[in-house]
Design a protein around this ligand. Sequence first.
Ligand code: NAP
Length: 335
Amino acid sequence: MPRALITGITGQDGFYLSEHLLKQGYDVYGLIRGQANPKRPLLERTLPDVRIVDGDLLDQASLMNIIQKVKPDEVYNLAAISFVMLSWNQPELTGEITGLGALRVLEAIRLNAAASPSRSKSGIGIKFYQASSSEMFGKVRETPQNEQTPFHPRSPYGVAKAYAHYITVNYRESYNIFACSGILFNHESPRRGPEFVTRKLTIGAARIKAGLQNELVMGNLESRRDWGYAGDYVRAMHLMLQQAEPDDYVIGSGETHQIKEFAELAFARLGLDYREFVRSDPQFMRPAEVDLLIADPSKARRKLRWKPEVSFRRLVDMMVDADVEAESRVQAATA
Ligand code: NAP
């Protein structure tokens, strides 16, 4: 049975990737941080087959011990401070976790392999996936963006991700580690954190429909993003580690939509006109906005035979329906 270790198991992608790998017959280990992480009971309930291990991307020794104990075949590094706005408030922590965290995982792999060189022909048998981001393109140099497009990150998050990306490439080239970087464009789901723009819209629409609030204050509604469904994108992560050679891949839908289009569809799903409820406030705008992000995922289509299955409209509907249902459960419980 192949064995996978996932950091960031309590996040959106951690959930979908675990589900996917468990279905593929993997033994899945999930790294969780903190002595009283409030997400632990939820994780134990929703993914009972995942084995939880305690560690932290800030703690090299914990990562060393986990790699030694679990002996994974594949490591997926999804853990990060992932909310771009937060990265301006906590740039140092973002650098430590989102940037140097990837280095610590790679070091744990390298040093464990050095201690037991018989594990594989190349010396390092553990495959590594790094969760890179389209935010590295930032002030884009070309449109659409592919694997050759130069980076110009526009946030401490994007800068930290660029470091993690390059250190992944560097460890592949320096130590022959099977290390891949997936440059993923925005992907969403009903499990997206409530602080992110799409989920803020779908929660807001559900609450307005239920009469629990009458206004939703957002940042820049004109920004454009390339959005897909997280369940589709985790398949690409797994496929990258099944190739003959390690490589980097851009993963996205190749479509772009304005945030206000997302708002329009989300509110229309509930028979509402978003223009009556949603307003934009500069306090929620980024100090430096990224330009038009749109993926050119042709390499992934060609080499991984990957393509997304869930459309933009279906994604919006799925998220709105889930938040309406969640809201009505809360209402029923408090009635
Ligand atoms: P997410 O929901 O925000 O999950 C982040 C995860 O990182 C959480 O499980 C969190 O654990 C964990 N984490 C944070 N600090 C940690 C630390 N010091 N040690 C160990 N774990 C720590 O993110 P996501 O949407 O699933 O995204 C997964 C990865 O893909 C992230 O690296 C993100 O930056 C990247 N990415 C995401 C997108 C997207 O659109 N979703 C696009 C491109 C790249 P707690 O629960 O304990 O906080």
